[in-house]
Design a protein around this ligand. Structure first.
Ligand code: ATP
Length: 455
């Protein structure tokens, strides 16, 4: 389905969703810029997440921690020593490739393989680089992006752009305890950027170097981990419904013992049928007390919790659901991308849920050069904007057919048109439905009610 991806990437550029990062300078691999419609879609995706996991719950505490952190955070968490990918070099061009990707491309499943196993299989099979050259040894390659802070560059000035948002929550566990006094179980939630020096950024916004995550660290008593894990498992599914993903394209993968991170006792990957295959969308992990214990040792600050009820002091365990913003956006876009035949013409449209579509409704005058239509259209637009702030677009570009096509392509569920009957006969406006192309007449009040009931 390469073709479908090309069409999505081209639609994203053409309609202002996502652009190649630094495009006019030839780009920067693994970076993408969200344009006006991409931002609108992304905000809706993030707001639905924040609503479900923070606003609608009493046990969740929002955070926004700094991207740059003391380098010791990442030493304690194990990232400095172990956040690495298996890498293999083309001995001729010196280009580096992900060993697991080369194995996958050769029809070998690399799951569960350690670095030496990968090396063995590559040698046994006589695999070559994509350019057809011999390959070197498989090595570990740390994926953290390093930077240095301050005027002098030495070991003490080293910092990293965080590789996940989680660290910012663990190091603030005590601050939240001391300032808000939450009782266990409770969670901390954060949406923010993370950075990974991916060797092979690919598949558009699926694997990037600058990414955005939505993560929760949910602190629990050890013996309650199974029920809390189950509860979040259900909530992850609910969120996939919130953003309108086809449920039959989402799959759970129980991650095998040998593939789990060393601290995790159980991990489920939620996978999605992307046009380029079934790949990880989200992760749900039981991280035990690994993180708080590691940061207690590393910082020498006590990160335990005193349970008033049982009068016990212990280090909480953690359930971590982790969501990628870009991967959600790509799943939503690829799921919504549709081509059909409407009135004898092939059309492309995004069948987006009204909950995530950049705009809920477009308002247009039938003709641009008729002041009476224009005045009424702006009046209707302003009235609707008050009810759906930021979700109504005024569109008077080109003829009405072109406007419908354009709104279809950006996934606007409804188009409202003000015509002569609206003014002369007071018969209301027309509302056109994106998915069927059908139109009906309703009063403005009825249209507003209708849209409210269909979000
Ligand atoms: P993968 O196996 O695909 O590299 P991961 O298992 O390393 O992903 P996690 O560390 O569990 O990913 O990160 C949590 C979530 O962050 C992922 O489920 C995904 O949605 C998102 N994510 C991780 N890496 C990237 C990336 N390079 N580009 C875009 N999103 C990412």
């Amino acid at each position: 389905m390469e073709n479908k991806m090309e069409k999505i990437i081209s639609l994203c550029k053409r309609r202002g969703f996502v652009f190649q990062g630094s495009e006019i300078y030839g780009g920067l691999a693994g970076t993408w810029d969200y344009g006006p419609l991409g931002v609108a879609l992304k905000n809706n995706i993030q707001n639905l997440w924040w609503k479900r996991f923070v606003l609608d719950r009493e046990d969740m505490y929002g955070m926004d921690a700094a991207i740059l952190m003391n380098q010791n955070v990442w030493k304690s968490s194990g990232h400095v020593a172990g956040f690495s990918d298996p890498l293999v070099e083309d001995l001729k061009t010196k280009k580096r490739y992900r060993a697991d990707h080369l194995l996958e491309d050769a029809g070998v499943d690399p799951k569960g393989m350690k670095f030496p196993d990968m090396d063995k299989v590559i040698k046994e099979k006589g695999l070559k680089s994509p350019e057809g050259n011999p390959l070197g040894e498989v090595r570990q390659f740390n994926m953290m992006l390093q930077t240095s802070i301050g005027a002098i560059q030495d070991d003490s000035s080293v910092s990293y752009l965080r590789p996940e948002t989680a660290g910012g929550m663990f190091v603030n566990f005590k601050n939240v305890l001391d300032s808000l006094h939450p009782k266990l179980p409770f969670g901390m939630a954060q949406i923010g950027k993370a950075f990974r020096n991916e060797i092979a950024p690919r598949d558009f916004i699926f694997r990037v170097r600058e990414l955005e995550q939505m993560e929760i660290e949910y602190f629990i008593k050890a013996d309650s981990w199974k029920e809390n894990f189950e509860a979040f498992r259900k909530e992850v599914w609910e969120y996939t419904k919130d953003v309108g993903l086809s449920q039959d394209k989402v799959h759970e993968l129980e991650v095998a013992d040998e593939d789990r991170a060393h601290y995790s006792k159980r991990t489920i990957d939620f996978e999605f049928d992307f046009p380029f295959g079934k790949k990880e969308l989200y992760g749900l992990a039981y991280r035990t007390d690994f993180d708080l214990k590691a940061h207690t040792v590393g910082s020498t600050v006590d990160l335990s919790y005193f349970d008033e009820e049982t009068k016990e002091r212990y280090v909480p365990h953690v359930i971590e659901p982790s969501f990628g913003v870009g991967r959600t956006l790509l799943a939503v876009l690829s799921d919504a991308y549709t081509e059909d035949n409407l009135g004898g013409e092939v059309r492309t449209f995004l069948k987006l849920s009204p909950k995530v579509a950049p705009f809920l409704v477009a308002v247009s005058p039938l003709l641009k050069n008729k002041p009476e239509l224009m005045t009424k259209a702006r009046e209707v637009y302003n009235a609707m904007r008050k009810v759906f702030p930021g979700r109504v677009i005024f569109d008077d570009n080109g003829n009405i057919g072109k406007r419908y096509r354009r709104q279809d392509e950006i996934g606007t569920p409804y188009c409202v048109v003000i015509d002569f009957d609206t003014i002369e006969k007071n018969t209301g406006v027309t509302i056109r439905h994106r998915d069927t192309g059908e139109q009906e007449r309703k009063s403005v009040e009825e249209v507003i009610e209708y849209i409210k009931n269909n979000i």
